[in-house]
Design a protein around this ligand. Structure first.
Ligand SMILES: [Zn+2]
Ligand SMILES: [Zn+2]
Length: 81
């Protein structure tokens, strides 16, 4: 039985969501940053953890370097000041 990489519990076939080469509980396949539920194959990944492509992945790892004080209006959870 595969284990969910998020909660380390077994994932039953009927409920699993396969993404990043692993099997997740539907409720566990969420963005590491904002906890938004993700769609298998429709999200980004970093370090084996799922992130939503936008805004989180783009904010955290994107080439544009958001989060350095330029964008007001975003929630300030990634404020580096
Ligand atoms: Zn789980
Ligand atoms: Zn997110």
């Amino acid at each position: 039985m595969p284990k969910c990489p998020k909660c380390q519990k077994e994932v039953y076939f009927a409920e699993k969501k396969s993404s990043l080469g692993k099997d997740w509980h539907p409720a566990c396949l969420r963005c590491e940053k904002c906890n938004k539920t993700l769609t298998p194959g429709g999200h980004a990944e970093h370090g084996g953890k799922p992130y939503c492509s936008k805004p989180c992945y783009a904010n955290l790892f994107g080439p544009e370097g958001f989060g350095r004080g330029g964008t007001s209006g975003e929630k300030g959870f990634y404020g580096k000041s």
